[in-house]
Design a protein around this ligand. Structure first.
Ligand SMILES: [Zn+2]
Length: 149
C-alpha cells in the first residue's frame, strides 16, 4: 500500500498568529508584544531615575506598536497584577512563616513590610508588560486582514 500523500497546506486564516504563550514569553522578556524584538522599557543598566524604571517607552521603533494606549492605561496592571501578586505573596509568606517558625507576628510583619515594597518595585515592569501582552492578545492593535471572499 503506497503511503498517503500529506494533506495540502491550508491557507493562512485571520485566527493564525502568535499564541497567548508567545505574548506572555515576550512580556516576561519585557519585549514588544507585537514583534518581540524591541524592549518596552529603558534597559535596566541605562535607568537613571524612577521615571525611567516605571515608564514604558513610547512604542516599538520597528512595528510601531504604541505601548501606552491612553492616560492611565497601566493603572490596572499596577493595582491588580503588581499589588495583587505582592500582597498575595506577602500574605502567603506571612502565614507560612507563622506556621513554620516561632517568630512573633510583629517580627514577621516588620520583615514583610521591609521586603514587599522592594518586591513591588522589582515586579512593576513585568506587571505592566504582562498586562500589555494580555491586552494585546485579547484586543490586538494590529487587526488581522479581513478574510477574502
Ligand atoms: Zn514591535
Amino acid at each position: 500500500m503506497p503511503p498517503a500523500d500529506p494533506p495540502p497546506p491550508r491557507p493562512p486564516s485571520p485566527g493564525d498568529g502568535p499564541r497567548a504563550a508567545d505574548y506572555l514569553t515576550r512580556a516576561f522578556r519585557l519585549r514588544c508584544p507585537e514583534c518581540g524584538r524591541h524592549p518596552i522599557f529603558v534597559p535596566a543598566r541605562s535607568v537613571r531615575s524612577l521615571y525611567d524604571w516605571f515608564t514604558p517607552l513610547d512604542g516599538c521603533p520597528e512595528c510601531g506598536y504604541a505601548y501606552e494606549r491612553e492616560q492611565g492605561y497601566f493603572l490596572l496592571a499596577t493595582w491588580v497584577v503588581n499589588y495583587g501578586l505582592v500582597a498575595g505573596g506577602g500574605l502567603a509568606a506571612g502565614l507560612l512563616l507563622q506556621s513554620l517558625t516561632t517568630m512573633s507576628t510583629t517580627r514577621i510583619v516588620l520583615i514583610l513590610i521591609a521586603i514587599m515594597p522592594l518586591l513591588s518595585l522589582a515586579l512593576v515592569r513585568h506587571a505592566k508588560a504582562a498586562f500589555l501582552a494580555i491586552d494585546h492578545y485579547i484586543d490586538p492593535h494590529v487587526k488581522p486582514p479581513p478574510p477574502s471572499a
